[in-house]
Design a protein. Structure first.
Lengths: 331, 263
């Protein structure tokens, strides 16, 4: 599982790195950039949904905080993009620690509602704090990196593609290290059974918190990137539209796997573009897809593939085993 | 009692333990000592307060009164994870394992304490981290084999039989490398043949894996087989304590289990 995921991720990274060299089309590059942006977002949400095991509806809080942080650091303090994006992640992570300290004491629907409330409160603040966020007009003209000053639009797109790829690689490296370490195992143990976790020495809150803060950090990076790429940040970054996209990506791809959210990000971003002209149809279609996934593929596409792989491997072994055990019959 | 003289300071010492739920006195004034190297049985009719006692000692409930001392440290009212870190690890009456994970992954997850690391080492692992990981994996495989689950190594826990689940639960507890292992009805749901096999595994653990074991159990033949000393609880209080054969013939114990013979 671990090696399979690592190899899949490496192959995906290589393919992504080759993409701008093979494609000279700005529109295709833009879609590629959005896929990578959503890949980071979906990965960060997956750390909470898939590894803490609680359903957050307020993950846009961290996307928005990152976006506003990067925009403000760039516009007000003149910091370059190399500083604003990491700082956006750090600021998001700090808010993540504060919000997590409150919300992670709650379970199930209570967690869902309180996280949603945090995102909503931040959206209202962003819309009304004229002095800081420029209210509903938003922050426009977020500074582009100097080296793009006289680059062609295509070269600029390529630059942003590789920047997004670099962020995605960092995000997946951190997520991979976290998930396949003692931390990830502890988080999964807490998710699966809090009693077992405590009885083997795990403090449940500490590991939920680590995953939550890491998720907030990654979402903050994505937000920082978004601010520079779109060059405009408005209160919509706290809105529900981003949340819906992230949820669908994580659920379709498969929560609790690293590759799943990436597959989800790719599928949904591309599908979104194809259905751009049919706005109402798009939302209905996504609704149907989510219902279908929840009913028939509760662990998403990756969960489905893993199950099939496991069945194929288990069938011959199980047959041999039941044959061998038949005389004793005590297992 | 001759055994006690061999173990001057008890490993686990409980004094005056009480727990009330509203007006119900679930556990009243329990004293018990578990010595190093001992298998200690806690028995009694249903509702006698055995599991409550377990939960009080392991921190899942807070005692109303009394003291729990483990290896010289007062652990009364500590959180379960802190007690586990001291080397006192328990299993549960109602089977608790990580259902979605394989047998091996369950036992590996139990190795949490031996593979703890800083966040920095998580993201930028040094040689020590991978060594600890490798040792944990070897140890997990060894424990799975020890419990006789080698053939089920990669089977998800939800596919296991009831008997295998009980063995897995003990394996997960062992993975935390306890000094004192507390098992709450580990043989519940096992047939007599499985229970006997379980008993022989338990006896082998005491020497190789853990110092002492506390066992709550209804299966009397298992208790008689593996325990060095037994305490009988009835209505939340201590009824008798001693070697299994002494306790078995105690008239009060017989009365608690079977009722009084009519004169």
């Amino acid at each position: 599982m671990m090696i399979l995921e690592r190899n899949t991720l490496l192959i995906m990274a290589v393919l992504a790195a080759l993409f701008p060299l093979l494609v000279g089309n700005q529109y295709a590059l833009h879609i590629g950039i959005m896929v990578l942006f959503y890949a980071v977002l979906a990965t960060s949400l997956n750390l909470i949904v898939g590894y803490v095991g609680e359903f957050s509806l307020g993950h846009t809080a961290f996307l928005g905080l990152g976006a506003y942080a990067a925009a403000l650091l760039s516009l007000r303090m003149g910091l370059p993009i190399w500083a604003t994006i990491p700082l956006a992640g750090v600021i998001s992570a700090l808010f993540g620690a504060a919000i997590g300290a409150i919300t992670l004491r709650l379970r199930g629907p209570y967690f869902v509602i309180i996280t949603l409330a945090f995102a909503e409160v931040l959206r209202i603040i962003a819309n009304n704090w004229m002095g800081l966020t420029n209210g509903p007009m938003g922050l426009s003209g977020v500074v582009q990196p100097a080296l793009l000053a006289d680059a062609s639009p295509l070269a600029a797109k390529r630059f942003y593609f590789y920047l997004a790829l670099a962020i995605a690689v960092v995000a997946l490296y951190l997520a991979y290290r976290f998930v396949y370490s003692n931390n990830g195992r502890a988080a999964v143990t807490v998710r699966e059974n809090r009693y077992v976790a405590q009885s083997v020495g795990i403090q449940p809150f500490a590991y939920a918190m680590r995953a939550f803060v890491l998720g907030a950090f990654l979402a903050g990076l994505a937000g920082g990137f978004y601010a520079h790429y779109i060059t405009f940040v408005g209160a919509n970054v706290f809105g529900f539209a981003f949340m819906v996209s992230m949820i669908i990506m994580v659920l379709i791809g498969g929560k609790g796997t690293l590759v799943g959210p990436l597959v989800g990000a790719l599928l949904i971003t591309v599908l979104n573009e194809y259905l751009r002209e049919f706005q109402e149809l798009r939302m209905s279609l996504f609704g149907l897809i989510v219902i279908g996934v929840v009913l028939f593929l509760p662990n998403g596409l990756m969960g489905f593939l893993n199950l099939r792989r496991e069945r194929r491997r288990a069938t011959p072994a199980a047959a041999a085993e039941s044959h061998a055990e038949a005389p004793g019959g005590s297992a | 009692m001759s055994e006690v003289q061999n173990f001057p300071t008890p490993m686990l010492s409980v004094r005056g333990l009480c727990k009330t739920f509203g007006g119900l006195k679930a556990v009243q004034d329990i004293d018990l000592d578990v010595n190093s190297g001992e298998v200690f049985g806690l028995i009694g009719p249903n509702g006698a307060g055995k599991t409550t006692c377990f939960n009080l000692i392991t921190g899942f409930y807070t005692p109303t009164a009394g003291r729990v001392t483990f290896q010289g440290h007062d652990i009364t009212g500590h959180s379960p994870y802190r007690i586990a870190r001291r080397g006192l690890v328990r299993s549960f009456q109602k089977t608790n394992v990580l259902k979605a994970l394989s047998v091996f992954e369950n036992v590996l997850a139990g190795h949490y304490l031996s593979t703890r690391q800083t966040l920095l080492a998580t993201f930028f692992p040094h040689a020590g981290v991978s060594r600890a990981e490798r040792e944990a994996r070897d140890s997990a495989a060894r424990i799975v084999e020890l419990m006789g689950l080698a053939a089920r190594m990669d089977t998800p826990a939800f596919r296991l039989s009831c008997g295998e689940l009980r063995l897995l639960e003990v394996a997960v507890a062992l993975a935390a490398k306890p000094a004192l292992l507390m098992l709450d009805e580990p043989a519940a749901g096992l047939n007599s043949q499985e229970a006997m096999r379980f008993g022989s595994i338990l006896k082998s653990l005491r020497r190789s894996e853990v110092e002492s074991i506390v066992l709550v159990e209804h299966n009397m033949s298992l208790v008689m087989e593996v325990c060095d000393r037994v305490m009988v609880m009835h209505f939340g209080s201590k009824l008798a304590e001693g070697r299994p054969e002494q306790v078995k013939n105690d008239p009060q114990v017989i009365e608690a289990y079977l009722g009084r013979a009519r004169a």
